[in-house]
Write a protein that binds this ligand. Structure first.
Ligand code: C2E
Ligand code: CA
Ligand code: CA
Ligand code: CA
Length: 278
């Protein structure tokens, strides 16, 4: 231990692989990203099938790193999740998304809904409900202006306590969307008990929709299931006109994906979709 004390740093640097070192540096930077104002939200539209209008917008986190450029969540969220940094970051996301939604409302987009993703530890955090309420109040939004997206696997983990949190949020009037649906193992019984109003078909199924495998059958089954439960159904990751047509034919209500609109900064979104409704 003593030797390590003297030469520890050197030893550490040499033996860690480059990737682990990079992760460590990134994590150190991430601690300051919030106060240095380096986090950004991009927004991706959800449109009524087949081609609009926009009914909602999903906020997706980005990190404008001073040296590495614009980073996507996969590059830093797992670390943030492990260290608990996700909680203050998640609160920033909620607040910023609500602030932006209020600006859009002021510009006439009063029917748009803003969707925010929640991670496992945010969802497990005791103050989640308070944070949601605070963000809504601070920006003068109604609960129904906001949707929280929670992956099927997070909602399933510790099903009973998840259910209690979701029920409180739903009772407030916040929309609940089950993200990445089809990748977890929800029992029908549990799904039926979830106070969700939206289900998002995982990109993986949409991707292979036209390749003649089982995916078309799975997607139809998910749509049928969602309809039976009275849920809105969003297909994510729509990239081709064929997928767009196919999903519309299968009865999917809402579409999201690069074909219809990439995630983009707020100013750009308003340029593309912002014609004030008549
Ligand atoms: P997600 O919630 O499933 O979001 C959809 C992801 O698919 C986004 O990746 C989006 O940019 C990407 N995407 C959208 N359309 C297409 C398409 O047509 N093709 C392809 N290939 N991809 C498409 P992104 O922005 O990198 O986010 C990745 C994940 O990070 C999200 O997956 C979500 O789980 C998480 N995430 C993003 N923002 C936040 C946040 O603010 N908080 C938390 N807790 N998680 C977030
Ligand atoms: Ca999502
Ligand atoms: Ca998803
Ligand atoms: Ca995903």
């Amino acid at each position: 231990a003593k030797e390590q004390g003297r030469d520890g740093y050197c030893f550490f640097e040499n033996s860690m692989n480059a990737n682990a070192q990079e992760q460590l540096h990134l994590l150190q930077d991430l601690r300051y990203a919030l106060e240095r104002n380096e986090l950004r939200l991009h927004y991706q539209p959800k449109l009524i099938a087949p081609a609009g209008p926009v009914i909602g917008v999903e906020a997706l986190l980005r990190w404008q790193h001073p040296e590495r450029g614009l980073l996507s969540p996969d590059q830093f969220l797992p670390q943030a999740e492990k260290t608990g940094l996700i909680v203050p970051i998640g609160n920033w996301v909620l607040d910023e998304a609500c602030a932006q939604m209020q600006r859009w409302r002021a510009a006439g987009h009063t029917s748009w809904n803003i969707a925010v993703n929640l991670s496992a530890s945010q969802f497990a955090h005791a103050k989640l409900i308070d944070s949601v309420r605070t963000a809504l109040q601070r920006h003068g939004l109604k609960a129904h202006n906001l949707t929280l997206e929670i992956t099927e696997s997070i909602a399933m983990r510790d099903a009973n306590s998840s259910l209690a949190v979701l029920e409180q949020l739903a009772a407030m009037g916040v929309g609940i969307s089950i993200d990445d649906f089809g990748t977890g193992y929800s029992s029908l019984l549990y799904l039926k008990r979830l106070p969700a109003n939206e289900l998002k078909i995982d990109r993986g199924f949409v991707n292979e929709l036209d390749q003649g495998g089982d995916d078309a059958a799975i997607v139809s089954a998910i749509i049928a299931l969602g309809r039976t439960l009275g849920l809105k159904i969003v297909a994510e990751g729509v990239e081709t006109p064929e997928q767009q047509k196919h999903l519309t034919r299968l009865g999917c209500n809402l579409l999201q994906g690069y074909l219809l609109g990439r995630p983009m900064p707020a100013e750009q979104l308003i340029e593309c979709y912002g014609k004030t409704p008549a």
